[in-house]
Ligand binder design. Structure first.
Ligand code: SAM
Ligand code: SF4
Length: 266
């Protein structure tokens, strides 16, 4: 489906939960956030309806994210349901990897094609510091399991702070080269300030080729990461909400003071 600027919107990113088992410093406050009430979180049936409508309108690429998608109960079943929608050519997930060792095989079996794993450093201590408590060994085990399960490609998302350590960056480059992981550097962004950058090694952040819409865990279809517009599928119905969001896609992102990364399907 084409938006008002002739961009072909074929990519839907779905946040399956706003909950997370980490508290990364650039993403969530230490004390956590006020979780969306359960009654507002879309059920699997509602998510599937959105995915089916989106596919009928031309979406063929779907990514599940969060919060942390692997903390949503029944996530493997959801993957299976989405993978079985005719027309879904590419189904991916973005995860912090803490639970990936357990889930990689079942996810691949359910039809997940690829995975992006967030990893900002190779240093165990620094990882624990940045994620406020994460265990880097679990990420390494998750990555191994993902490879053994046949998930392909495996990408690493690394959020960089411009003032960060250049050596750490090189270590990650070497690590990814050795293991055949595709590395993407993401500059730390602020939705509130409207500061966004192209993803190094990826396609995100380049407005003129943006092909995405997003579904938040509570059912808003967002036209753009940096837009305060959102069309709730419970209010408008799935198809209408999608069409309205595509119609409202701005030429370029501005600012967004109503969402944060953990609830806007980053
Ligand atoms: N919990 C999963 C994870 O961390 O991979 C998925 C959700 S997380 C919000 C998705 C991606 O957004 C992660 O790669 C994370 O590093 C990135 N992210 C979070 N806050 C960010 C920020 N302020 N600027 C840039 N990227 C950010
Ligand atoms: Fe959780 Fe991902 Fe945000 Fe880290 S970046 S706090 S893992 S949602």
């Amino acid at each position: 489906m084409l938006d008002s600027y002739n961009r072909n919107i074929n990519y839907l990113r779905i946040s399956v939960t706003d909950r997370c088992n980490l508290r990364c410093r650039y993403c969530m406050p230490a004390e956590g956030i006020e979780w969306i009430d359960h009654s507002h979180i879309l059920s699997f049936e509602e998510i599937i309806e959105v995915a089916e409508e989106a596919v009928s309108l031309g979406v063929d690429k779907i990514r599940l994210t969060g919060g942390e998608p692997l903390v949503r109960k029944g996530i493997v079943d959801l993957v299976k349901m989405i993978a079985s929608i005719p027309g879904v050519k590419d189904l991916g997930m973005t995860t912090n990897g803490q639970l990936l060792e357990k889930y990689a095989f079942p996810l691949a079996e359910a039809g997940l094609n690829r995975v992006n794993v967030s990893l900002d450093t190779l240093d165990a201590k620094n990882y624990k510091y940045l994620s406020r408590g994460g265990n880097i060994k679990k990420v390494f085990k998750g990555l191994e399991a993902a490879r053994n399960a046949g998930l392909d490609p495996i990408k690493i998302n690394c959020v960089i702070n411009p003032s960060g350590d250049r050596n750490e960056r090189q270590e990650l480059i070497d690590f990814c080269n050795e293991n055949n992981y595709k590395l993407r550097f993401i500059r730390q962004m602020s939705l509130e300030d409207g500061s966004f950058y192209p993803v190094e090694g990826g396609e995100g952040g380049i407005c003129k080729i943006c092909n995405r819409i997003r579904l938040t865990a509570n059912g808003d279809i967002k036209p753009c990461l940096f837009s305060e517009d959102g069309f709730n599928v419970r209010e408008y119905g799935a198809r209408n909400a999608i069409l309205k969001a595509v119609g409202a896609k701005p030429l370029s992102g501005k600012k967004n003071k109503v969402n944060q990364f953990y609830n806007i399907v980053g």
